[in-house]
Design a protein around this ligand. Structure first.
Ligand SMILES: Cc1cc2nc3c(=O)[nH]c(=O)nc-3n(C[C@H](O)[C@H](O)[C@H](O)COP(=O)(O)OP(=O)(O)OC[C@H]3O[C@@H](n4cnc5c(N)ncnc54)[C@H](O)[C@@H]3O)c2cc1C
Length: 338
């Protein structure tokens, strides 16, 4: 397999940060990983697995080996009266997998339409949108240990999924290359349309029936109108996770800010939209040099053209500081800072 040196990553991250990798390899078969592992030149290099580059911020050149995941293939592996199991290679485009399911009338991922990136990264942060998360359908994750070459299988519970969290993002960070993900899709469709503007959009679309396809179309329509396209304004989606605070802290806050949106959970904790907190700190639409906060979405940091990763990180730190000062809340990046 070809190992490139000093490879530009500019076109491989949606923030369009001009950083490079000391070494770069594109993985088209899982077996090629063994070539990497047994190559003495690469053995002790730091490693970064790259999917679509839509959830990371490169703050400097990567002093190691970037492994770009380009494993392809989608296969139906099993079927019973209620479910269909689909195994997808980690390098498949996430939205194309959704379209594969929608075309076959398989439910469970339609609300996740149009999320950028590749299949292999979906379990990493348990991607979610419009009231649905990948943990609801992710049955098994297949991975290879980057250091030993050992193949590993993780069932749904082993993945330790949480809100934008998993074992892959924490305990096993930088240890594995996720190679395949198996999803269990439903033949029976139970629409989830109470989140965001899905119901309203379906009405506007004059969709006579609520089907897997119409819900997916509605999500695509909403996302296209609300979220900046990284090709036009480079970004990595929501930069921060929504903070979850104890009920007592929330009670104090709501007495000061009665209009604060909030989503209580079952464990006496309350999720607060980070975008709202950032907006109230006056950041929405602000520009500092080549970077800034999107004018319509305070949660999205953008690169206006020539920003460096360090400049975007510096903006993120300033935002974190002002949210902490105003509300006493720590907001944590959702984006992987490299
Ligand atoms: C406009 C926009 C909108 C977005 N909307 C959403 C949203 O609604 N919901 C949501 O959850 N996310 C959203 N995101 C974030 C992003 O799309 C997802 O997190 C996506 O899953 C990232 O996929 P990727 O292939 O681009 O991952 P990358 O950015 O390439 O990688 C992300 C992390 O996963 C690791 N990784 C990637 N592939 C593998 C692998 N095969 N094995 C091991 N580690 C791996 C990387 O090392 C890195 O740490 C959005 C991003 C953008 C730009």
């Amino acid at each position: 397999m070809m190992i490139e040196s000093d490879k530009s990553l500019l076109a491989l991250n949606t923030f369009f940060i001009d950083a490079s990798a000391k070494y770069f390899a594109e993985l088209t078969t899982a077996e090629q990983l063994h070539e990497i592992i047994s190559d003495p030149k690469l053995k002790n290099e730091k490693k970064l697995v790259l999917g679509g580059g839509s959830n990371l911020l490169l703050t400097k050149n990567f002093d190691g080996l970037v492994i770009k995941n380009s494993l392809r293939g989608i296969q139906i592996t099993k079927e019973d009266a209620h479910h269909v199991w689909i195994k997808a290679a980690a390098g498949e485009v996430w939205h194309e997998l959704i379209m594969f399911c929608v075309e076959r009338n398989l439910a469970g991922v339609e609300n996740l339409s149009l999320i950028p990136g590749l299949v292999g990264a979906a379990p990493m942060q348990n991607i979610g949108a419009y009231g649905m998360e990948v943990k609801e359908t992710c049955e098994e994750v297949e991975a290879v240990n980057i250091h030993s070459g050992e193949k590993m299988l993780f069932g749904n519970v082993d993945c330790k999924f949480g809100y934008r969290e998993s074992i892959f993002k924490h305990e096993l960070r930088d240890q594995l290359v996720i190679t395949f993900v198996t999803f269990r899709l439903n033949k029976i469709f139970k629409p989830k349309i109470s989140y965001g503007d899905i119901r309203k959009t379906l009405e506007e679309m004059r969709a006579n029936d609520i089907t897997i396809k119409t819900v997916s179309d509605a999500v695509i329509k909403i996302r296209s109108s609300k979220l900046p396209d990284p090709k036009e304004i480079p970004n990595a989606g929501s930069f921060f996770k929504n903070p979850v605070v104890p009920k007592k802290k929330f009670d104090d806050l709501i007495s000061k800010y009665p209009l604060m949106p909030n989503y209580p959970d079952k464990s006496n904790q309350v999720k607060i939209p980070a975008g709202w907190l950032i907006e109230l700190c006056g950041w929405k639409g602000k520009r500092i040099g080549e970077t800034g906060v999107h004018a319509k979405q305070a949660l999205v940091l953008v690169n206006f053209g020539k920003a460096t990763g360090e400049e975007i990180l510096s903006l993120a730190i300033q935002i974190q500081k002002s949210v902490k000062e105003k509300f006493g809340i720590e907001i944590i990046p959702e984006v992987n800072i490299i």
